[in-house]
Design a protein around this ligand. Sequence first.
Ligand SMILES: Cc1ncc(COP(=O)(O)O)c(C=O)c1O
Length: 426
Amino acid sequence: MIREVKDNTLYFDGCSTVELAKKYGTPLYVFSETAIHREFEELNATFVSKYPNTRVAYASKAFCTVAMYRLCQANNACIDVVSGGELYTAMQAGYPAEKIEFNGNNKQPEEIAMALDYGIGRFIVDGLQELTLLEAMCAERGKTANVLFRITPGVKSDSHDYIVTGKKDSKFGIPLDDDVIYPQVKQAIDAAHINFMGFHFHVGSQLFDNGSHLQALDIMLNVVKTVKERFHYDVTELNLGGGFGAVYTTEDRKPYAYFLDPMMERIEAFFKEMGINRPNVVIEPGRSIAAEAGLSLYTVGNIKEIRDVRKYVAVDGGMGDNIRPALYQAVYDGVLANKADVPKDDVATICGKCCESGDILIRDLAMAPAESGDLLAIFSTGAYGYSMASNYNRNRIPAVVFVKEGNDRLVVKRQSYEDILRNEIF
Ligand SMILES: Cc1ncc(COP(=O)(O)O)c(C=O)c1O
């Protein structure tokens, strides 16, 4: 049990959350190493070991620190980065360059230069402009880049509009119009400094239905077939993106196999019929690895009861450390961690301390009656929480602590006020 209650106190991976709050202060991000390892173990057992020539590239936008990259490396995973900052973090973690894959819809020349100089494994290219730039930068360096094209499959998946990426009207990927995609593929095949490997899609995030992955896959395989027919070219790699849903409140999480088995079945059958070797297959899960492995701890401050309207329980963090509820109405569950056995007889709205009315972390949470000084734990905050944190209102970004079987270690210090002023010239 990663989460358990003992003596009225919430424990996380064997650590008392009350003791963690005393030791490190609040707000605090806490990650269970055991939970992260379990995700990789499931992926290894049901995908990487089951199907030859497959791999997992953790989408590190979900949660990126040196310590997290070290856990990925311990699990023999590749990583997907989308910026110079993530790449730099991976380099500082000593991540093997060939295990790094670079996504992003507007990679900057200096980011591409960093990636080429480090010698990363794959560029997931988002269009012709990027291909042309990459080819020129490779030529200057006498290098060859391994390239996949991110396609826009034009499928709609069932998630919030801000985290749906595969529909036709999207800033991500190359549209599949005949006169757009195929000339670009031809250019990539012919380019002297590009090793064109294949295609990539990512349909969206927080998905519980495999329908849009399967639709996108069929569309991708059709492109593969056309490339074979027109250019006599066999692709060597396919990347199916991430998007596998995590549990925030009461969602019915699906095992990875629910998404991956039917996709692998179609891929195997398709290439058998084509009479060519099945390419490598890569997936890029982020949220499903990090979300449930994290929780956030806050201290309760002011409590405001607005008669006949609602009760607000304010905590010492908010949208600066977790923007998801304000950004796309994400829903969370939580508990008073120091009163974990007390019946949830009250209902309150958990708000942050930022100067925005939208700074609400949880609406109408059933909880034990709160008092100032209580400790609130919000569950499943491991993905897109710390990685999207900001200094809005000049609040400091909280510390990150890893816990494992009763032991804790600080992996990111809480920002200081000096850190906030670090780049100011005065
Ligand atoms: C290209 C790409 N791959 C992978 C992911 C990870 O998605 P998720 O965290 O839902 O698994 C994203 C998320 O935005 C993405 O854009």
